[in-house]
Design a binder for this molecule. Sequence first.
Ligand code: HEC
Ligand code: HEC
Length: 336
Amino acid sequence: MRALWTVVGALSLPAVLPAQEAAPAAAAAEPQLRVPRGLTGPVPGAPGFRPAVAALGRTLFADPILSVDHKTSCASCHRPDHGFASPEPRPAGSLGRRSLRHAPTLFNRAWGKAFSWDGKAQTLERQVLLPISDPNEMALPLRDAVERVRRSPGYGPRFQALFGRAPAADDLATALASYLRTVVHGDTVVDQFRAAQGSHLTTAERAGLWIFESKGRCWRCHGGANFTDEAFHNTGVGVEAGVPRPGRMAITRRDADLGRFKTPTLRGLALTPPYMHDGSIPTLRGVVDFYRRGGNPNRNLDPVLQPVSLTDAEADNLVAFLRALSRPAVAGGARK
Ligand code: HEC
Ligand code: HEC
């Protein structure tokens, strides 16, 4: 299957480029902002976006220079060939440690309102710096990361040319966040169907869409263009002996936030198992079965979650629909 995020909009022309970036080899591949069918434009948070800065961010994203042992890059956990998520429930960081949670997809984060499963970062720029100094992830003090980049013959002059000063933490953040704003996923058969621009959903997928939007109650939290309300809910994932993990409460200190985690987007889902903040559910059928029983009981379970009565055939249809959210729109489908 052709990965959607690699498709560069044919019509988006690069903005004005610094001379050295305009060399044919570099110019061809600079990441561009684009809004795939199904998402709402313009891309949020992107005034002043520069493709050359995004290109720098893309290089950094794949470079282990930001980890203490020069072994872990952002892409080691957010694997581009795995929908920018980790195939492991808790991915390996530097120094033999592991992240505390599943590395979520980075698709469409430009549309995010809070970042990390507990919303600990309020902007993409703040979020992208957190893994660098996190002892379980890249374990490199931020000051040292900036110093390494400053001393690097490849990066030092490139930062200087783009930001007009020696590399600073803010510039690292700008570069990484600019790149992530170009990592988008949309224009699926579901978007085509919803826009009445062709009907390429199978009967099972259409039946699944109906369940999603009716008795499944999935839309109550996974609604909108990006299939998330960007809010925090307690579904009971991770509950042990009736006791939820703190989740959002660790950030807000509000009891009402006990066990709440951020609703993830459902776009690109077929690429990104395992699922949930702890990667505890390996398959989409497992996720659907989790919702069939109404999540895991605990004292703060979201009241929207009730057991959903589905036959096995209906559960299969719902899974088929969820998978369709990763299937590219069919070219040449009827357009209005
Ligand atoms: C060792 C694995 C690991 C590495 C390396 C890593 N991440 Fe992450 N990333 C995670 C995990 C785990 C989370 C979820 C964090 C949480 O909920 O506490 C996350 C969350 C994120 C998010 C928030 C996504 C969302 O929807 O809330 C962004 C953005 C992100 N990482 C970008 C990056 C960037 C940029 C880098 C490199 C500088 C990076 N990550 C390196 C594991 C990793
Ligand atoms: C009350 C709000 C709510 C409802 C209703 C809801 N979800 Fe979720 N969903 C969430 C939250 C919150 C998470 C993350 C939970 C966690 O990891 O702690 C989640 C996680 C998921 C995931 C995992 C995605 C990933 O990347 O890990 C899938 C798939 C999913 N939901 C599908 C559904 C389907 C299908 C339905 C309907 C049957 C549904 N959800 C109903 C809030 C909701």
